[in-house]
Design a protein around this ligand. Structure first.
Ligand SMILES: [Zn+2]
Length: 87
């Protein structure tokens, strides 16, 4: 998806980085700034980012929940409080 406009950072480049950005895998402040700047002037990419983030949160939710379900069925109630220790 592209808005067709001219930007400092091309839409294609921003969209290819969106998933990485959401996963927190981009550590260069300059790159993050460039992408955020792009979102400000490009509604299409901003929407795409929101969509990706929702999908990411949803997936995270499902994974967390199924993980907790498993723990609840196989262990004592106290064990649920330790669910993040393995990370
Ligand atoms: Zn764009």
């Amino acid at each position: 998806m592209s808005c067709g406009g001219i930007h400092e950072t091309p839409c294609s480049e921003v969209l290819s980085e969106v998933a990485l950005l959401i996963d927190g895998e981009i550590n260069e402040p300059g790159k993050i700034h460039a992408i955020e700047h792009h979102f400000e002037e490009c509604g299409a990419c901003c929407e795409e980012m929101e969509h990706e983030r929702r999908m990411h949160d949803l997936l995270h939710d499902v994974l967390t929940r199924s993980c907790m379900d498993t723990q609840e069925s196989i262990s004592s109630p106290n064990f649920a409080g330790q669910k993040f220790q393995f990370r």
